[in-house]
Design a protein around this ligand. Sequence first.
Ligand SMILES: [Zn+2]
Length: 120
Amino acid sequence: MTEQRTYHGSCHCGAVRYEAKSPPIGEALSCNCSMCRRKGSLLAFIPATDFALQSGSDALADYQFNKHVIHHLFCRTCGVTSFARGAMPDGTPVIALNVRCIDEIDPDTLKINRIDGKSF
Ligand SMILES: [Zn+2]
């Protein structure tokens, strides 16, 4: 099994903070769907069981569109989307981390994989 690392993410104002466990993140997904292309999020997916929201559950607002499968959560104060909640086709909960919001990650060093979310 790959070694798990601990990552720390937050929104801009700091109301929303989380801890995420993942194998070392060296790649991220850049998605061209109508949401991601506007936000510029860079995504990495982890099982929801490896994600712990440490603060900000009452600071988050939810936005949904299209099939309403993904909860695009953002901070009510600063507007930053630091993660989203979704589900695999089989229903398993997953978290889409916005790696731009993670302290330990420099987005400029990541290998970027483009996905065609527009067509999903
Ligand atoms: Zn905030």
